[in-house]
Design a protein around this ligand. Structure first.
Ligand code: BDR
Ligand code: CA
Length: 309
């Protein structure tokens, strides 16, 4: 049986690669893509999501989500992903339209339909999922797992303490981590090892199908920012989270309790990971600590080479 999933995202250069990794995968029944504001404003992340789905030849419903965080002001990551949210990449107009449902109704309806079989891959701020939990509290018993890109057991990438997706809506992250839904946290400890190098980008381009060529262009855009920040390759945060749902063995994780700081002057958005079990609280997340990079690259390459010319 195909695994039912929903992809919540804010495309976003690395979100785009993550979407391309799964949209042609026959083992998954992608019920919806639910864009959220984050890397860019919701008008941009949602049209990017629609164009990416359409470009990949899919007609998965795209149900638009939150235009701002639950309580705080919206702060985007235009300095990373550009004004459009996709660097200098230009996509053709989509052949499909948006779903009439909004993200939280879509998530709830699908959760009910697939009672405790549905999994969510969350690649942006957790606003849509928190809103679903606030509007439909019973949804917590109907979602099998949330695999989310976010957080870190150490330093942040948006502030010294916090990773972007969590700090962008720390109140939403707190609701999700306290919901009781099983969580896989794909944070910076793991994603900073999911690098795609120059020669690997060239290899992906050489598959010569329209998705692999576009993906190589997106990866090259990401590479410029990442090299300027001291990385050897393009850091693929969201694709690692997607790889985890395709093959959980791609990431080595440990069970920890994670609390979310929502107030600290310097630490808002920090994922406080109880590595030494000092709180006595039960683990609420599988926290990624390392990856099998070969496996990651194989998953990425296989997806890219299997698109039609
Ligand atoms: C996360 O923040 C966003 O800019 C990326 O798309 C990724 O989801 C990395 O911190
Ligand atoms: Ca993202």
């Amino acid at each position: 049986m195909k695994k039912p999933i929903i992809i919540d995202c804010d495309p976003g250069l690395d979100d785009a690669i993550a979407l391309f990794m799964i949209l042609n995968n026959k083992n998954f029944d992608i019920r919806a893509v639910t864009p959220v504001s984050g890397n860019q404003t919701i008008d941009k992340t949602s049209i990017n999501a629609l164009k990416l789905v359409s470009f990949a030849g899919s007609n998965v419903p795209v149900a638009c989500g939150a235009s701002k965080p639950l309580y705080k002001e919206l702060v985007t990551a235009a300095h990373v992903h550009g004004e459009s949210g996709l660097g200098n990449v230009v996509l053709p107009d989509p052949k499909i339209g948006f779903s009439e449902l909004n993200a939280y109704d879509m998530i709830y309806q699908e959760a009910v339909k697939h009672n405790n079989e549905l999994e969510i891959v969350a690649l942006g701020p957790l606003t849509n999922i928190a809103l679903t939990l606030l509007k439909y509290p019973d949804v917590k018993d109907k979602i099998q797992r949330i695999t989310l890109m976010g957080g870190s057991s150490g330093c942040g990438n948006d502030t010294p303490a916090a990773e972007f997706n969590i700090v962008a809506d720390s109140d939403a992250a707190k609701i999700v981590f306290e919901s009781g839904i099983p969580i896989t946290m794909v944070g910076l400890d793991a994603t900073h090892k999911a690098l795609v190098l120059d020669e690997e980008i060239n290899e992906i381009f050489s598959y010569k199908n329209k998705v692999s060529e576009l993906a190589a262009n997106i990866l090259s855009n990401a590479l410029i920012f990442c090299k300027a920040h001291g990385f050897e390759g393009a850091v693929m945060h969201d694709p690692l989270a997607m790889a985890c749902i395709i093959d959980p063995e791609v990431m080595i994780s440990k069970d920890y309790h994670v609390d979310i700081e929502t107030k600290g002057t310097f630490t808002n958005g920090k994922t406080v990971v109880d590595v030494y079990h000092v709180t006595g609280k039960e683990p609420n997340a599988k926290v990624g600590i390392d990856i099998d990079r070969n496996k990651f690259m194989n998953i990425l390459k296989e997806a890219m080479m299997n698109y039609e010319l």
